[in-house]
Every structure is written in C-alpha cells, then in structure tokens.
Write a protein that binds this ligand. Structure first.
Ligand SMILES: Nc1ncnc2c1ncn2[C@@H]1O[C@H](COP(=O)(O)OP(=O)(O)OP(=O)(O)O)[C@@H](O)[C@H]1O
Ligand SMILES: [Mg+2]
Length: 235
C-alpha cells in the first residue's frame, strides 16, 4: 500500500489578524498571515522592532488569541479551546523562551527549571533534578543554580529561561529574540545547542531575531514587516 498521507504540520496559521486597542488607538499588529511550519523545521522569524514578531509567536503558541483567523498547533485547533486546555497543551508540548525571560523571582535558577517539570507531571523528582542540572549545565550556568533571578545578569537569566524551555523535551520550541542579551560567543554556543537538539530530536524551532548570526544558519527564514509576511525563503 502506498502511504501518500502527508504528515500534518507542527503549526498552521490561516488568515490571522491581530489588532490591539480601538478607534484612533487601534494597531493592526498582524494582517492576513498564512503560514505552515512543518514538524522538525528550524525557522528564523525576522523583522524590525514593532513589526509583529512577538505578537505572531504568542499567537502561534496559544499564549494569545488572534482577532480573526485560525491557529492549528500540533493538530489541535486552538480557537476551540479554553484557557485550561491551552495551558495544558503548552505545558506538555511547548517550550517558550520569552523576550523578557519571565522567570519567577522568588525561586532560585534551579527551581525555575525544576518546578515546571514537577508540575508538568511527566517526571519524578529524581528525573526532574537530573534534567534541570543537565540543561542548566548545557547553557553553562549549573554553578549558579542557587541564585535567584535578581542576582543574575540579563544574559544569565536568559540562559535559565532557555534551560526551562528545553527541559521537558517539548515538540515545539518558540524563542523570542533569545540571543538578544548574550555576547557573540555565548550566542553562537546557544545556537549550536538549539541546532543540535533540532537535528537529534526533530523538535520544531521557531526563533525570532534581529541577529544575522541566526538568519545565516537557520534552514528557513521568514520576514515580517508592519504585520505582514513579506518574505519566506521556502517559497
Ligand atoms: N498589548 C499591546 N497593546 C497595544 N499595542 C501593542 C501591544 N503589544 C504590541 N503592540 C503593538 O503591536 C505592534 C507589534 O508589536 P510586537 O511586540 O509584536 O513587535 P516586535 O516585532 O516583537 O518588536 P520588537 O522587535 O521590538 O520586540 C507594535 O506596533 C506594538 O506597539
Ligand atoms: Mg518582540
């Protein structure tokens, strides 16, 4: 029997619009976005400040809802789900590295990685501890595990956020300018790590960036300008 069923994409966006505010203060942050991202892709999302990158990442990962259009995330139509269902899906299948980290200030760096693993329900304490240490080590800061976010530099906090996003082995990792606070060498090492994980596990990566470092290395590059998709290297 010939298997001609095409594998479903990791993410499918259909006619997405997003606006903020009303009347004179209305901002059309995204206009008519159609995008298919296959499982295992490594996609760089480029565009100037204010072009809609963070808005697009938040919508495709179910953190925010579009004003119009549909989001399919790993075969699930996100529009149909309530907040509890969305947060369940995100905790299992998504790793999100926020532009401004979103670490929990009262927890140590280690606990910021460890507790989500425990809450996620897939790992026992021993496994969660091992995974937290492994990922903190892989971004070079396992020795700072006892410090709270306020006692870490911006780049170090970003590395904790990276470890947290990867530690539960998600199918989709979304990162919003993850190298923005890292020096060139650390940024390069970080990209090496993401690409290694992408190669080995076929995890899908969607990474927004201003940096040419990433644009030059990503398998697919898309560009957004004033809320519109203006370039796709795959087309
Ligand atoms: N909560 C909000 N309320 C009103 N306008 C918003 C809101 N969030 C974003 N915007 C506007 O939507 C547009 C897109 O913003 P977005 O944060 O997605 O841009 P970006 O490409 O991520 O920019 P940067 O590179 O600076 O992070 C901008 O004009 C911004 O001012
Ligand atoms: Mg942004």
């Amino acid at each position: 029997m010939v298997n001609n069923i095409k594998e479903l994409p990791a993410i499918l966006l259909i006619d997405i619009h997003k606006s903020y505010g009303v009347n004179e203060s209305k901002v059309d942050a995204l206009k008519n976005i159609n995008l298919e991202i296959a499982k295992g892709e490594f996609l760089a999302l480029c565009g100037p400040s204010g072009s809609g990158k963070s808005t697009l990442l938040n919508i495709l990962s179910g953190i925010d809802k579009p004003s119009a259009g549909s989001t399919i995330f790993l075969d699930k139509a996100l529009n149909d789900l309530n907040e509890n269902q969305l947060s369940f899906i995100r905790s299992k299948h998504l790793g999100f590295i926020f532009q401004f980290f979103n670490l929990i200030p009262v927890l140590s760096a280690f606990d910021n990685v460890y507790y989500p693993l425990i809450l996620n329900g897939n790992y026992n304490k021993k496994e969660a501890k091992e995974r937290s240490l492994y990922y903190l080590d892989s971004v070079g800061i396992s020795h700072l595990g006892n410090r709270k976010p306020g006692q870490l530099s911006g780049g170090q906090q970003q590395r904790v956020a990276i470890a947290r996003a990867l530690a539960h082995n998600p199918e989709v990792v979304v990162a919003d300018e993850p190298t923005g606070n890292l020096d060139l060498a650390t940024g390069e090492a970080f990209l090496d790590l993401l690409m290694k994980i992408n190669e080995e596990t076929k995890t899908t990566f969607i990474v927004s960036t201003h940096s040419t470092q990433l644009k030059d290395r990503a398998k697919r590059v898309i560009e957004i300008k004033d809320g519109e998709l203006v370039y796709d290297s795959a087309q």
